[in-house]
Design a protein around this ligand. Structure first.
Ligand SMILES: [Zn+2]
Length: 116
């Protein structure tokens, strides 16, 4: 490929595959790892592969992946707590040794650690 190829906005993979579009007259480029596609590109018959350059251009100008939206009052945290989150949670838990059911302050400390 002669043109610089932008990485996939979804998985970061750099490497396109080329395939059939909605009919033999159309071709698409897609991410070789996750299958994300760009818009269809017109191709000639017999297929001379010249449409690949157009497909790369189409790929490079596709809209970037949208940032995930997080509703107010919510936070995006990892499924598995990080070491820092566990540490913050344990420190907070030690502040209330006689009230082990007060989990909210512990959770807040863990989420704050996830955001940092
Ligand atoms: Zn991808």
């Amino acid at each position: 490929m002669s043109q610089d190829l932008k990485p996939c906005p979804f998985c970061g993979h750099v490497g396109l595959e080329f395939g059939d579009g909605s009919s033999y007259r159309w071709g698409i480029a897609y991410c070789g790892q996750c299958g994300a596609t760009c818009g269809e590109v017109r191709r000639r018959y017999p297929d001379d592969g010249k449409w690949h350059a157009e497909a790369i251009k189409e790929w490079n100008t596709r809209a970037p992946a949208a940032e995930p939206t997080v509703p107010a009052g919510m936070a995006l945290v990892p499924i598995e707590p990080t070491q820092q989150m566990c540490q913050e949670g344990q420190w907070k838990a030690q502040e209330w040794p006689r009230f082990p059911l007060r989990i909210a302050p512990i959770w807040k400390a863990m989420v704050a650690a996830a955001k940092s």
